[in-house]
Design a protein around this ligand. Structure first.
Ligand code: GDD
Ligand code: MG
Length: 334
C-alpha cells in the first residue's frame, strides 16, 4: 500500500514553534511527529510514503537524508506553491506515478486506526473514496460527516458552527482513494478536498466512510500537541513511554510531574514542571514553575518565573527571571 502524507501546511496554530520547524517535524516525546505517523502506517502495511511538501521542505530532507523514515521509503513531492489539500494530493500522486488505489493521511494525526480495515471496506462497497471517521465532543474544528446506515456519505461539511454540525462523527484525516479522484481536481490552483472535492463526491454518491473507535487525535494545536504526548506517557496507546529523556538533566530538588522533558533539556533545583512538555535543550531555571505549557527548543524559563495555562514559549526565547506568563504565546504571534 502506498500513502501520500500531507505535511505542507504552515502550522499557523502552532506558532511560534512552527516559525522554524514545520509542524510534523516537531518532537513528540522521543521522535518527530512524522515518525510517529509513518510508523503507524508501516504497522498497518504501508510500504511506501510520498511526502507532500511545501513549507520548509528543507527541514524534512535534512532529517531524512537517506529518504527512510520509521523503516519506510520516502519520496518527496515539493509543491511550487501551496495547492491546499486536494491540489497537494493530486500533485504528489502524479509526481510519484500513483495509478492504483492509495492512502492519504493528514500528517498531524495520531491514531491506532487500522487502514487495512478501511482499505477492505473501500473495495467491498466499490467506493471512489472512503474516509475514516472518529467521534469527538465538539466537531466544529473538523470536517463533519453524515452517513446512511451502510456508510455511504450523505453530507460533508468542513468546520461548521457547532450548532449546525449534523453529527459528532468527523473526518479522521485518513482516506483510501481511487486514482479517478485526481481527475476531479483542477490543475494549478488551490483545491480543498474537504470543501470542494468531497462535497461533490457526496452529490455523486461515490464517497463512503467507516467509523472507528480507535485512539485518535489531531496534534495540530498547542493543547492537542501536548495531549498526544501525555497520552503516550500515560500508556493510552500501549505500554507507557518514558517522559523524561535519558539525555535530560533533572535536579534531585526539582519536581517533574506528568510531563515530558526531552533530550538536552534541564530542570534546575526547586523548579516544578507539571502536565507540560519541555523541548530539547530548554532550561527551566531554579524555582520556576511550568504548568500545562510547552517550552520550545533551547528556550529558558528564568529563575522563579511562572509559565502556566497552555502557554507556548518559542525556540531560543528567554522568559525573564520572576516574570509571569499565563495562557500566552511568547514571542507573540499574529
Ligand atoms: N502539501 C500541502 N499543501 N499540505 C497541506 C496544505 C497544502 O497547501 N495545506 C494543509 N496541508 C497539510 C497540513 O500540513 C496537515 O498535515 C494536513 O494537510 C491537514 O491540514 P490541517 O491544517 O492540519 O487541517 P485541520 O486539522 O484544520 O483539518 C483537517 O484535519 C481534520 C482531522 O485532523 C481536515 O481534513 C478536517 O476535515 C479533519 O477533520
Ligand atoms: Mg490538523
Amino acid at each position: 500500500m502506498k500513502a501520500v502524507v500531507l505535511v505542507g501546511g504552515f502550522g499557523t496554530r502552532m506558532r511560534p514553534l512552527t516559525l522554524s520547524t514545520p509542524k510534523q517535524m516537531l518532537p513528540v516525546v522521543d521522535r518527530s511527529m512524522l515518525e510517529h505517523v509513518v510508523g503507524g502506517l508501516a504497522r498497518h502495511g504501508v510500504d511506501e510514503v510520498v511526502l507532500s511538501l511545501g513549507y520548509r521542505e528543507d527541514v524534512f530532507r535534512a532529517a531524512y537524508p537517506d529518504a527512510l523514515c520509521a523503516g519506510v521509503r520516502l519520496r518527496y513531492a515539493v509543491e511550487p506553491e501551496p495547492l491546499d489539500t486536494a491540489g497537494a494530493i493530486r500533485f504528489a500522486a502524479l509526481a510519484a506515478g500513483i495509478d492504483e488505489t492509495f492512502i492519504v493521511v493528514n500528517g498531524d494525526v495520531f491514531t491506532d486506526l487500522d487502514v487495512g480495515v478501511l482499505w477492505r471496506r473501500h473495495h467491498q462497497v466499490g467506493a471512489e473514496a472512503t474516509i475514516a471517521l472518529t467521534s469527538v465532543d465538539d466537531p466544529s474544528d473538523y470536517g463533519v460527516v453524515a452517513t446512511d446506515e451502510g456508510g455511504r456519505v450523505l453530507g460533508f461539511v468542513e468546520k461548521p458552527p457547532r450548532e449546525e454540525a449534523p453529527t459528532n462523527w468527523i473526518n479522521a484525516g485518513t482516506y483510501v482513494l481511487e486514482p479517478s479522484v485526481l481527475d476531479r481536481v483542477d490543475d494549478g490552483r488551490r483545491v480543498s478536498i474537504e470543501r470542494e472535492t468531497f462535497p461533490r463526491m457526496v452529490a455523486d454518491g461515490s464517497l463512503w466512510a467507516v467509523p472507528s473507535d480507535a485512539y485518535w487525535a489531531d496534534a495540530g494545536t498547542p493543547a492537542t500537541y501536548l495531549q498526544v504526548q501525555l497520552d503516550l506517557i500515560d500508556g493510552l496507546r500501549g505500554p507507557p513511554v518514558a517522559g523524561v529523556s535519558a539525555g535530560a538533566a533533572v535536579s534531585d530538588d526539582a519536581v517533574v510531574d506528568h510531563s515530558i522533558v526531552m533530550d538536552g533539556a534541564s530542570v534546575e533545583a526547586g523548579a516544578t514542571v507539571r502536565h507540560s512538555a519541555v523541548l530539547p535543550g530548554a532550561t527551566v531555571s531554579a524555582g520556576a514553575l511550568v504548568e500545562a505549557s510547552v517550552i520550545g527548543p533551547r528556550a529558558t524559563v528564568g529563575a522563579n518565573a511562572r509559565v502556566t495555562g497552555m502557554s507556548m514559549i518559542g525556540d531560543d526565547t528567554v522568559v525573564e527571571d520572576g516574570s509571569v506568563v499565563t495562557a500566552s504565546k511568547i514571542p507573540e504571534v499574529v
